[in-house]
Design a protein around this ligand. Structure first.
Ligand code: OXD
Ligand code: MN
Length: 629
């Protein structure tokens, strides 16, 4: 390689040998190009060994990006006060001129212009720093699902996070056949200059630029994991695009198994939920099993709908994780095992505290706002700074959890998916659970129309609905209309097509209270499980099929020991015609706005549903009680 001398000057012999042993020109050129351009002091190349993982952990602490906490193997990392969430404004696609028109509703920049900008920011951005190169993969290694990835970063916190969150793949790279050697994702990341707390200084030059045409993502002057961890949201955008071209899907979904002990069966579901709509809590319903909590790949494997969890760990929101609401995670955070906390409070006892922990929270300590947080501290705008950020996180391996489905997770063929859930949040439109009449109706009526509703916890007006098709808009890397059709067409050669369900855990009574408790999701999922297995009758509505009262009554008794009344059922499962028509009209407006080239067929199908609902309204009235349609 033309970079051999340069690389040898920045690497130990052992590191260079690890790189050379891959016999992969594209890897060599990638590492060489950025070794030259970003100009780090040294480069450490990792294989899959425990020694290299340990070296990363130690360096994250030695370099001041993480601090050791009281419990064994637990550390804390802070992102700077302005680096606490995904930066949607500065996250852009680099798009060739000829594709700009097609991509215009997705945040894009002309290829050469964007590349020039990002490369000028990247120039010497690693000066004086030590870089780590590590190989990972999405999904299990050595399988049809495997997406190999290489991460080049000057942040040992980012590398440490990835060591927890993703499967190692140095050996996979080593075994790649010549014809596969070009097929991997490349992530180049630099936190750049750091302050004394290990936080990124040059936030004004934060940019995340994605080149889906060449499968490379550039992330500069950022540290928050959603902006930096290449294998998470960056890779997701590359995979959505690649899947779209190759006929598979990358979805923003959990994978879980609903366990029916009595019948001795296990049914796999995947689920997409916009944030704050119950995704994690559904993936972790007590008594069921979890395969993954955030990202799934779907493939048609010999006519079967199979899915893998792309990840190995959880980068979870820690707010409201407490003994009562989230016992499994809470228990694991309290053990002496590896966890990286980010943006929580470190108090004098050297333990972490966060919002909604249920613990007595000390009144001072270090937090994301600085070293000297105290209760009542205000920011520059005069707003009170809470003990921890609302988006503070924990990073932890999934296999710590007792309810982890190890066999399903490890299966190189993925798990057989029999049900897909789309969970929105609205107070007055959709029923708690509904099955779609078909896959296509599921995509059009459940997935594309997903919305979440603002709550008192978010700034601004309450009850405002935000469209969130497939809960995937932030990561969509090609136009929404095409993506919708790819979702519809994905099942066309399958022997068995999963059933699609919507859920809504947030329907409210006339008095404004939630209709059901947080635990009721177990009932809705078990009803879906029964339907998948050919049990339970269902009642038709204009948008699908709902449960009959008696089955829910039994399920509530069995799983929650609750008496579910017919009055509750009737209210919750009433079909609200005008509300549904408004919902579909909102979806039409949103699709038009987000993709002016969205195929007419999508709108035509929605118009058919609107007509069907209007006819029903004329015949049965605006609110149709269960069984009256
Ligand atoms: C997200 C996440 O932002 O998973 O979706 O962190
Ligand atoms: Mn996510």
């Amino acid at each position: 390689s033309k970079y051999t001398d340069l690389l040898k000057s920045k690497m130990s012999e052992a590191s260079f040998n690890k790189l050379a042993a891959l016999e992969n020109q594209k890897v060599m050129d990638f590492v060489g190009q950025f070794a030259d351009h970003c100009n780090p002091a040294t480069i450490y190349v990792c294989d899959d060994s425990k020694e290299d993982e340990q070296y990363i952990r130690e360096q994250a602490v030695a370099k001041g990006e993480e601090f050791v906490l009281a419990r064994d193997n637990q550390t804390i990392h802070w992102d700077g006060p302005s680096d606490q969430a995904r930066d949607k404004v500065n996250t852009r696609y680099l798009v060739y001129k000829e594709n700009l028109e097609r991509m215009k509703s997705l945040n894009s920049v002309e290829y050469n212009e964007g590349l020039e900008e990002i490369m000028s920011i990247a120039k010497n951005n690693m000066a004086g720093k030590d870089v780590v190169v590590k190989f990972f993969c999405e999904g299990p290694a050595f399988s049809k699902f495997t997406m190999p990835c290489v991460q080049f970063t000057d942040s040992w916190y980012v590398a440490h996070s990835e060591t927890i969150l993703y499967r190692p793949a140095y050996e996979h790279f080593k075994a790649m056949k010549d014809e596969e050697k070009d097929e991997f994702f490349r992530f180049i990341h630099s936190a750049g200059e750091l302050d004394e707390r290990g936080c990124c200084v040059n936030i004004d030059k934060r940019r995340i630029y994605m080149d889906t045409q060449n499968n490379i993502v550039y992330s500069m002057n950022a540290q928050y994991a959603g902006n930096t961890v290449g294998l998470k949201k960056h890779s997701m955008r590359l995979a959505i695009n690649k899947g779209g071209q190759e006929g598979w899907l990358c979805e923003h979904m959990f994978v879980m198994a609903c366990v029916n002990e009595e019948k001795g069966r296990k049914t796999y579901f995947t689920g997409a939920y916009p944030s704050a709509c119950g995704k994690t809590s559904t993936a972790m319903i007590p008594g069921e099993q979890i395969v993954g909590d955030d990202i799934a790949y779907f493939r048609n494997m010999d006519g079967e709908f199979r899915a893998v969890n792309v990840e190995q760990g959880i980068f979870g929101i820690i707010k409201d994780v407490n003994e009562k609401d989230d016992p499994v995670i809470f228990e694991n955070l309290n053990k002496n095992q590896e966890v990286i906390y980010s943006n929580v409070l470190r108090a004098e006892d050297n333990l972490p505290y966060w919002l909604g922990s249920g613990l007595d929270t000390p009144k001072k300590g270090d937090n994301f706002s600085g070293k000297d947080w105290y209760e009542g501290k205000k920011d520059a705008k005069g707003n009170e700074i809470k003990c921890a950020h609302g988006n503070a996180r924990y990073t932890m391996r999934l296999d710590y959890l007792d309810n982890f489905d190890k066999a399903g997770y490890e299966d190189t063929n993925g798990v057989l998916v029999e049900g897909v859930l789309y969970g929105g949040r609205d107070s007055d439109t959709t029923v708690p659970v509904e099955e779609s009449a078909s896959w296509e109706e599921g995509i059009l009526l459940k997935a594309c129309t997903l919305e979440s509703e603002t709550t008192s916890a978010t700034l601004g007006a309450e009850g405002v609905r935000t469209p969130s098709p497939m809960a995937n808009m932030d990561f969509l890397s090609y136009p929404l209309g095409e993506y919708t059709l790819n979702n519809i067409n994905f099942v066309k050669d399958l022997k068995e097509v999963p059933k699609v369900f919507s859920t809504n855990y947030f329907l409210r009574t006339k008095d404004g209270d939630f209709c059901t408790s947080k635990l009721a999701k177990k009932v809705w999922v078990h009803w879906a499980e029964g339907r998948v297995q050919g049990e339970y009758d269902a009642i038709a509505t204009p948008t699908g099929k709902i449960p009959v009262y008696e089955d829910l009554k039994d399920l509530f008794k069995k799983y929650l020991d609750e008496d579910y009344t017919r009055e509750e059922y009737t209210y919750q499962f009433t079909f609200r015609c005008s509300k549904w028509i408004e919902k579909l009209e909102r979806s039409k407006v949103y699709f038009k706005k987000m993709d002016e080239f969205c195929p007419e067929i999508v709108f035509a199908k929605w118009d058919n549903f609107i007509k069907k609902i209007s006819d029903a309204k004329a015949k049965y009235g605006d609110e149709i009680l269960p069984g009256k349609f």
